[in-house]
Design a protein around this ligand. Structure first.
Ligand SMILES: Nc1ncnc2c1ncn2[C@@H]1O[C@H](COP(=O)(O)OP(=O)(O)OP(=O)(O)O)[C@@H](O)[C@H]1O
Ligand SMILES: [Mg+2]
Length: 657
């Protein structure tokens, strides 16, 4: 078989009759075709597989394998199924012609063959085949293109979705600052919808006039380098100030000409706030460590000075008034020094203090009394406490100190008068809030707001007010320890402080203290205070006022009371009523005969005497520790403390009325 490729194509003739074959071979070769021949079905199939012709002329009536079967097998074979087949038949029955066509043949010619007809049909089908092939190729190319376009569209859709998913704000502007594109992220960040801003001037939308100067550098860098990266201050639709990390890129058209500017902005406002909070806290911590170290050393220096001054006074008690005065000055100065040291240590190391349920309402009422009694009349005071205020656990005396520091600062900030207000309410801190404040935790808090309408503070002062020894007051007027102590105490209560101040308008301190969700009511209503059983208490104090209030208090809790205003009187009374007196309540600091001596004398009279020693000075409890029956409470004490102490000392069953 020849496989020469002729212009007109290769044709395989299959016929068992050699005469037919020869005739067709000659005729078709003359017509310009390359002609291949096969005398039976089997060799036709092998030949077509080996070198597929452009067309097969197939005789139907052949021995062994007829034309139909040959056609069937050629059509079933992937290598040959595309080759058009024309049957040659002597049969005239339509049934056979139809069978041939149904098996996949494209046409038939009837024997005896009319050469012109055969040629015409062959050429027609070859042309058809060529056209079909071209069409198929075009189809395939189109399909490929459609597929590629679909993929590209899918990619664009995915990228667009990505633009919308990202929380970053993506915007495109032209060189007149008009907005062309505004992503969903931008809608969320700025509050402006795309429909509202397309075509608008982006600078007028996002910058306050005084913040526009930030953009000078940006524009310069864009012209020089085609990009810029940095932080910008912007405003939202709601006029909220935000800080963004911003990336700017110059976009060019296909000719490389600048076309527009693409900006991607990430909101870092929260991050910035946390960062500065963190830095401030860290600065205070390191100052605390430093101050704590110095305070500790100073304490060691002051202690011997104080005891030496006291010893000198004792030793030279008979010396002249001038020397006495000097000793007293040394003592008071050393005491003042150690008070300052104590305060610094409170800031640096935190304060231990007591942990009991604190009734803030009472605390506020005390503060109110102090304001009314001692502040200038030009300062108005208002107190506003939520009626079902939760309670807190802490140290009443320390919290008193906190409020005192704050109201004194407020007073000093209002030399020409104004309003000082305190309010307290419950607050549940959620995760959102806690995230914004390093010191806050999720949970229940009480917020105490102390606000004044005074001079206010600029940010550079506000930033430093909690530092120990930071003061703007004249020498001698302020130590600068007030607020650092406040911070130390609030921190030791697990709380934190927020401050807000506007120059000329005033300042607001917010104290956040972890709350316990029980309602804090007055002690008589709530705390089940222990009553007495008409035991007789001897109260010894040199201050008439204290004697009076203690007496009233004890009587209202079912005790009987006798009072003595000094140690000698107390001993005289105890000598007369020893068997009736159940407890002696002794103030440690008294003139004539002080508490310690009084207690020792009483103990000599009755070693089992039950004593409660009261003092403002920490450490005096040593005295009563030696006593067989004794307790110590420090001034100022609460009603609960006093009653509880008596109750424990008397070993009573709880008896509440
Ligand atoms: N309510 C306020 N209004 C304006 N400024 C205030 C207010 N509270 C505090 N300050 C400023 O903070 C500074 C520090 O206050 P802080 O209470 O720690 O110390 P001080 O009041 O100066 O001295 P000290 O309290 O030790 O007598 C003050 O000097 C003042 O400048
Ligand atoms: Mg102060």
């Amino acid at each position: 078989m020849s496989t020469d490729v002729n212009d007109k194509g290769a044709i395989l003739i299959v016929d068992d009759n050699p005469a037919n074959l020869e005739m067709l071979l000659e005729f078709l070769s003359n017509a310009g075709f390359t002609v291949l021949v096969a005398e039976d079905g089997e060799s036709a199939i092998t030949g077509a597989e080996y070198a597929p012709p452009d067309m097969i002329l197939l005789d139907i009536l052949m021995p062994v394998m007829d034309g139909f079967e040959t056609c069937q097998r050629l059509k079933a074979n992937p290598l040959t199924q595309d080759i058009p087949i024309i049957f040659m038949t002597a049969l005239t029955e339509t049934v056979d012609k139809l069978k041939g066509l149904s098996l996949g043949a494209v046409d038939y010619v009837t024997k005896p063959l009319q050469h012109e007809e055969v040629l015409a049909r062959i050429e027609l089908h070859l042309k058809l085949r060529k056209l079909t092939k071209t069409l198929q190729e075009q189809n395939q190319r189109l399909e490929r293109e459609i597929c590629e376009r679909k993929q590209a569209e899918q990619k664009i859709r995915e990228q667009a979705a990505l633009l919308d998913i990202t929380t970053d704000a993506i915007l495109v502007r032209d060189f007149d600052s008009k907005i062309n594109f505004w992503s969903q992220g931008a809608e969320h960040l700025y509050g402006w919808q795309a429909t509202e801003v397309i075509g608008k001037n982006v600078n007028q939308l996002l910058y306050r006039p005084d913040l526009l100067s930030q953009l000078e550098n940006v524009e310069k860098s864009l012209t020089e380098h085609g990009c810029w990266q940095g932080e910008l201050e912007q405003v939202t639709k709601q006029k909220k100030k935000i800080i963004v990390a911003s990336r700017w890129t110059l976009m060019r058209d296909q000719h490389g000409q600048p076309k527009s500017i693409l900006t991607v902005n990430t909101d870092i406002t929260e991050k910035k706030q946390l960062e500065s909070q963190f830095l401030r806290t860290q600065r205070l911590e390191s100052l605390g460590t430093l101050a704590g170290g110095i305070a500790h050393d100073l304490n060691n220096i002051l202690t011997p000075i104080l005891s030496a001054a006291q010893l000198l006074q004792l030793k030279h008690s008979k010396s002249d008034e001038w020397s006495q005065q000097i000793f007293r000055t040394i003592e008071t100065s050393a005491k003042r020094g150690s008070a300052v040291v104590k305060q610094v240590l409170q800031f640096a190391r935190g304060v231990d203090g007591k942990r009991e349920i604190v009734l803030l309402k009472n605390l506020f009422l005390e503060i109110q009394q102090i304001v009314h009694g001692t502040f200038p009349k030009s300062i108005e005071f208002s107190l506003n406490i939520q009626s079902d205020l939760w309670a807190i656990i802490g140290d009443c005396t320390h919290l008193h100190q906190v409020l005192m520091n704050l109201i004194v600062n407020a007073r000093d900030a209002m030399p020409d008068g104004g309003t000082l207000s305190i309010c307290a309410k419950n607050l549940s801190i959620d995760e959102q809030y806690a995230r914004m404040n390093l010191e806050a935790n999720v949970g229940s808090y009480i917020v105490i707001t102390v606000a004044d309408t005074g001079i206010g503070m600029p940010p550079e002062i506000l930033d430093r007010i909690f530092e120990p020894f930071f003061t703007t007051k004249d020498v001698g007027k302020g130590t600068g320890l007030g607020l650092s102590t406040v911070r130390g105490i609030i921190k030791s209560h697990g709380g934190f402080i927020n401050v807000h101040s506007i120059i000329g308008k005033g300042t607001e301190f917010k104290l956040f203290l972890p709350a316990v969700k029980t309602m804090a009511t007055s002690p008589t209503e709530n705390l089940d205070l222990p009553y007495g059983n008409e035991e007789l208490i001897l109260v010894v104090d040199d201050e008439a006022k204290i004697l009076e209030t203690t007496q009233t208090l004890l009587k209202s809790y079912n005790y009987k009371v006798v009072t003595a205003s000094n140690g000698i009187e107390a001993i005289a009374l105890y000598a007369s009523y020893q068997d009736k007196i159940s407890v002696v309540l002794v103030d440690m600091m008294m003139p004539l005969m002080d508490g310690a001596v009084t207690i020792r004398t009483l103990q000599k009279m009755n070693p089992l005497v039950k004593i409660v020693a009261v003092s403002g000075i920490v450490g005096s409890n040593k005295i009563t520790k030696d006593a067989t029956q004794g307790k110590f409470i420090s001034k100022p004490y609460t009603t609960q403390e006093l009653l509880q102490t008596l109750h424990e000392l008397l070993g009573q069953e709880t008896c509440t009325k």
